[in-house]
Design a protein. Structure first.
Length: 354
């Protein structure tokens, strides 16, 4: 499949054998790999140990400090412009690999093997990097897609329930953006809880096709791609306000509900649409996902979102099934009250009842 970037396209392949991975690892100068994935593939990767950089995937490690450590290894291994870097892991490894390969010598060739549902269904395409800095989630970044992405869904077998549901969170976002048919398909597949291989494969492929259509029109977040931020304004603030206790895709999941609630209170969507979407969102959420919130941190993070303008919040909100746009609302107590109302009437209730 051809994936669109700004001035070119790159390839995405589905391969259900690990042979391709070992071949690319063999060709690579260095491999950046998630610690858990390394443990799983250890027997086959041990012989490449000297060129492997193992990183623990945690938001605390998605920092400039970690990128500096990677640059130091690039230097010590005498990496040159025509060397190949292979990255194997979820969204965190991807963000670190995108950032470091883009900066070092103004760009190294790299290949990406996404290993989480979130990365396979969503983050692997689009070419974005996002690094956390000074308590702000994803505040630094750029665009630098790999030359190739290879998806092997066998990686999903070792993910835990939270990681699967986190991936489903982004899958819900993409399907919500894509109209009624996609929403109906998503509802039935989540209701049946059919997270078997066939169903996950289909959800991944659907999500990539839908996201790629958006990338074709806007590769660099200038206009329509902003729609992919649906659920993220509130989601990032939830991550910040819980010190990253809510995994990214689940924070996006709750963030979608918050955006829909805000839209409903502003009469952009009807109560019926809000509750229809809320029921789908709830299929993927558990009581334990609603972690204790530091409201002060929540609002300070919300006020620093990249889409805001001066004294106005920039929210991606729905105005119908499958239709969203960027709306501006003044940062005042009236609008903050709607968000507080969400915490009181929905979030806190979910956190204590099942
Ligand atoms: N750059 C982008 O476009 C983009 C888009 C969406 C999300 N993101 C970022 O991606 C991150 C979330 O990505 P994620 O959910 O993939 O998280 P992650 O990379 O933290 O992985 C989640 C967990 O799964 C483990 N893991 C990875 N692969 C595994 C496997 N095959 N088997 C068992 N365990 C495995 C990891 O060690 C980690 O504990 C966030 O930081 C988010 O901001 C980036
Ligand atoms: Zn996301």
């Amino acid at each position: 499949m051809k994936i669109f970037a700004k001035n070119h396209y790159y390839n995405l392949e589905f391969k259900n054998s690990f042979q391709k991975l070992y071949k690319e690892v063999n060709n690579a100068t260095l491999i950046i790999i998630d610690k858990k994935v390394y443990e799983i593939l250890k027997n086959n990767l041990n012989r490449f140990k000297k060129k492997i950089i193992i990183i623990k995937a945690s938001e605390k490690n998605k920092t400039i400090q970690t990128t500096l450590k990677i640059f130091k290894i690039f230097l010590s291994k005498k990496v040159k412009r025509d060397d190949l870097i292979v990255a194997i892991g979820g969204g965190i490894i991807q963000d670190l690999a995108t950032f470091t390969t883009s900066i070092y010598m103004r760009g190294l060739k790299w290949i990406y093997f996404p290993t989480t549902l979130l990365a396979q269904a969503d983050s692997c395409i689009g070419g974005k990097s996002s690094i956390n800095f000074s308590n702000f989630k994803n505040i630094l970044g750029n665009f630098y897609p790999p030359s190739k992405i290879i998806i092997n869904t066998n990686f999903l077998k070792t993910l835990n329930d939270d990681d699967i549901r986190s991936g489903i969170g982004e899958i819900i976002k993409v399907h919500f953006l894509s109209g009624k048919n996609s929403i109906n398909y998503l509802r039935s597949s989540l209701k049946k809880h059919k997270f078997n291989k066939t169903n996950l494969n289909r959800l991944i492929k659907n999500s990539i096709i839908l996201k790629n259509q958006i990338l074709k029109k806007d590769a660099e977040d200038k206009n329509i791609r902003l729609k992919m931020n649906y659920g993220h304004t509130f989601g990032h603030s939830l991550e910040t306000a819980t010190k990253n206790l809510i995994p990214h895709g689940l924070a996006v999941n709750i963030g979608l509900d918050m955006a829909n609630f805000f839209a409903f209170k502003k009469n952009l969507i009807t109560k019926k649409i809000y509750y229809d979407l809320n029921k789908i969102i709830n299929l993927n959420l558990r009581k334990k996902d609603f972690k204790k919130i530091n409201k002060k941190l929540f609002f300070s993070s919300l006020k620093k979102d990249k889409k805001n303008k001066r004294n106005f919040y920039g929210f991606i909100l729905p105005y119908n099934f499958g239709k969203v746009d960027l709306f501006y609302y003044e940062m005042n107590s009236f609008n903050d009250e709607i968000i507080n109302d969400y915490f009181l009437s929905i979030y806190h209730k979910r956190s204590i009842s099942e």
